[in-house]
Design a binder for this molecule. Structure first.
Ligand SMILES: Nc1ncnc2c1ncn2[C@@H]1O[C@H](COP(=O)(O)OP(=O)(O)OP(=O)(O)O)[C@@H](O)[C@H]1O
Length: 629
């Protein structure tokens, strides 16, 4: 039995907390020490989780002890399991000892639908050995109200929802919270930023006295204080009472002691060079493994996808326009390794200026008034205000969120093709890699002021203040003990690729992007369960739709672009392009000499052949050379 004392896990002195946290905290090296239900431990073993992460080791005993907690731990530190395991354990134990009628024992509030479906799937994984002893329902799915009502009528033990959906169903009387034991707010710092303040105010009076609050957050920003006071300063009748103080678990000290596993780089480049760089990175495999490429908006998503497609580089796309089921499906496919490159439009960043979020909140409240899942303005208050062109209304989903909370597995690199607007958003984007103790890399393309608006076809307004944003990012990362380094990339070595870049960029026209966007949506609609039935009954309509897609050649494909001929490769191979250690050299100089020697031999034998045929070798070579051009 090996237990490790971790006295450096200090609870900040300014924070009030319960008895448990003031005693020395022990980090157990084994899940078995947490004394959880055997069925849960079996599931943990099956997931191949050997050791609880710090937040799990600390939070699980406190939750089991009945304390309100507010846990702050970095993204990817295993917060979901930290609250799910003790909750499931409690419900299983209670059911064993008491003959109680089914009721909702735990409500898990999350800011986005994607996160709701991810938490649900984690819940399912960890209850797989519990049979029908415990039931969880995700009520954020887009489905008939009747279906949701029916699912809630069966009184699931655990309900996973956004605050918006919770308010709706509580108000309609379909979701009873009077027997609630646990209220979890996952990504607590984000919930108010998403404009859910009013919903939280509505939910608070419905909570019974004595419920236990579990708040999970990546930061301890003022929003979290506000949320805590909204939830914990009311009694069951909704009137104000003395505020309960949750025990605060701040894992910063522990995290600071960890060896950083994330390397961060930036490369300053011109607007069109972003495309050149990404082409080179993928074509020469400068980055190996799974990569999430973040871009500024949905159009950019398809533009980049179409651009890469021309070089035979396959990718999948994730954006707020896609139906939530499709988004979950994309994440699953990416996690399974069907795709190695995922292009995500982070157009609903965890936005707000660095100073505050009042403006954002206003935007979000306006959004709140709209029905969920229907046409809505972009939530990026700041960006839309600065760039009227981005103001257009479109079918995106206000509960969409990529850079926060979603668990992309084994991502080796987060590539900020477009830098986010805030350092906060940057932190959350890079949190998609180097998760659960793994190593990772973040690479960001930055447009210097003097290069902004210099290449109209690839210019976007979001990049106007890249340098200012980068300064803030560097400052924030330095505060957290991390460095953002300059990536030593030798652009001169890529000259040979430039004409291909121009060729490919020309093909990705605005019409092509629009077509690709529409086609993807059509495909998703065809695949949606309801329409599937419709098309089964009306096969002609489906045929018509498919024919339309076949006829739509969004981008004129240029087969020659798929292949990178040797003569285009920089001499010295990949190593010559970048001196950075994050990259693996592709061809050594020695090998290059062999290649050159082979090429020389080949041309000599061509010369001999031509001589044998009575041709003037110089002339024939010239003709061949011109033909190639
Ligand atoms: N004890 C553990 N051992 C190994 N892997 C773990 C452990 N706990 C969680 N993980 C894995 O770590 C990843 C991150 O977990 P999780 O999504 O819960 O983190 P998080 O802190 O909630 O992150 P975020 O704030 O980004 O949502 C998941 O893939 C999860 O399966």
């Amino acid at each position: 039995m090996s237990k490790r004392k971790l006295n450096q896990l200090d609870i900040p002195e300014s924070v009030e907390h319960g008895d448990t946290a003031s005693q020395p905290i022990e980090l157990t090296s084994n899940f078995a020490h947490l004394e959880l239900d055997a069925r849960l431990l079996k599931a943990v073993t099956q997931e191949k989780f050997a050791t609880p992460t710090p937040v799990q080791a600390k939070a699980i005993p406190l939750i089991l002890k009945g304390e309100d907690i507010l846990a702050r731990a970095k993204t990817g530190s295993g917060k979901t399991i930290a609250y799910l395991l003790p909750i499931i354990h409690y419900i299983l134990q209670r059911k064993q000892s008491l003959e109680t009628a089914n009721s909702v024992s735990a409500l898990i509030l999350v800011p986005t639908k994607e996160l709701a479906s991810q938490v649900t799937s984690t819940f399912k994984s960890f209850t797989r050995f519990c049979g029908s002893d415990i039931k969880g329902e995700n009520i954020t799915r887009k489905e008939d109200a009747v279906v949701t009502c029916a699912r809630l009528a069966a009184s699931p033990d655990v309900v996973i929802a956004t605050p918006g959906q919770t308010t709706r169903w509580v108000n309609e009387g379909s979701l009873g919270l009077d027997q609630l034991k646990y209220l979890v707010v996952d990504e607590a710092d984000l919930v108010l930023s998403y404009g859910y303040e009013e919903d939280i105010e509505n939910i608070a009076p419905a909570l019974p006295a004595g419920f236990q609050a579990i708040l999970m957050s990546a930061t301890l920003r003022t929003e979290v204080d506000r949320l805590t006071s909204l939830l914990l300063s009311r009694n069951s009748t909704g009137s104000s009472a003395t505020q309960r103080k949750p025990t605060i678990l701040d894992l910063s000290a522990y995290e600071a002691a960890e060896v950083p596993k994330l390397s961060q780089y930036v490369v300053r480049c011109a607007e069109d060079e972003k495309f050149l760089l990404i082409y080179t990175i993928f074509k020469l495999q400068l980055i190996k493994g799974k990569v999430i490429v973040f871009v500024a908006d949905v159009d950019r998503c398809y533009r980049l996808k179409l651009f890469l497609e021309q070089f035979g580089v396959r990718s999948c796309v994730l954006n707020s326009e896609l139906p939530v089921n499709s988004r979950s499906h994309v994440v699953q496919e990416f996690n399974k390794g069907v795709y190695d490159i995922l292009i995500a439009a982070d157009d609903k960043e965890v936005i707000g200026n660095e100073e505050g979020s009042s403006k954002r909140r206003k935007v979000s409240q306006e959004e709140q008034q709209q029905a969920e899942g229907i046409q809505s303005e972009d939530v990026n208050g700041d960006i839309t205000a600065k760039h009227p062109s981005a103001k257009k209304s479109r079918k995106d989903d206000k509960e969409y969120g990529i850079s926060r909370g979603l668990d992309f597995r084994n991502v080796s690199c987060v590539l900020n093709f477009d830098l986010p607007a805030t350092s906060k958003s940057y932190t959350h984007r890079i949190g998609r890699t180097a998760r659960a103790g793994q190593a990772g890399m973040a690479l960001s393309f930055v447009i210097p002021k003097e290069k902004y608006r210099k290449h109209k076809p690839t210019s976007i307004p979001q990049c106007e203040n890249d340098e200012k944003t980068l300064t803030k990012i560097e400052k924030k990362q330095a505060e957290a003990g991390s460095n953002v380094e300059e990536w030593q990339f030798d652009m001169t070595k890529l000259e040979g690729f430039r004409y291909r870049l121009a060729d490919a960029l020309r093909s990705v026209t605005r019409i092509a992007v629009r077509e690709a966007r529409a086609k993807e949506l059509r495909n998703e609609l065809i695949n949606s369960a309801r329409l599937k039935q419709h098309f089964e009954e009306n096969p002609d309509e489906l045929r018509h739709l498919r024919r339309h897609d076949e006829e739509t050649h969004a981008v004129k494909m240029q087969p020659h672009l798929r292949h990178v001929p040797d003569y285009l490769l920089p001499s010295g191979g990949k190593a010559a392009v970048t001196k950075d250690s994050g990259f693996v050299g592709m061809r050594k100089d020695k090998e290059n000499r062999i290649r050159k020697a082979r090429a020389l031999n080949k041309s000599r034998s061509r010369g001999r052949l031509a001589k044998a045929k009575g041709l003037d070798p110089l002339k024939s070579l010239n003709v061949r050379g011109r033909g190639k051009k």
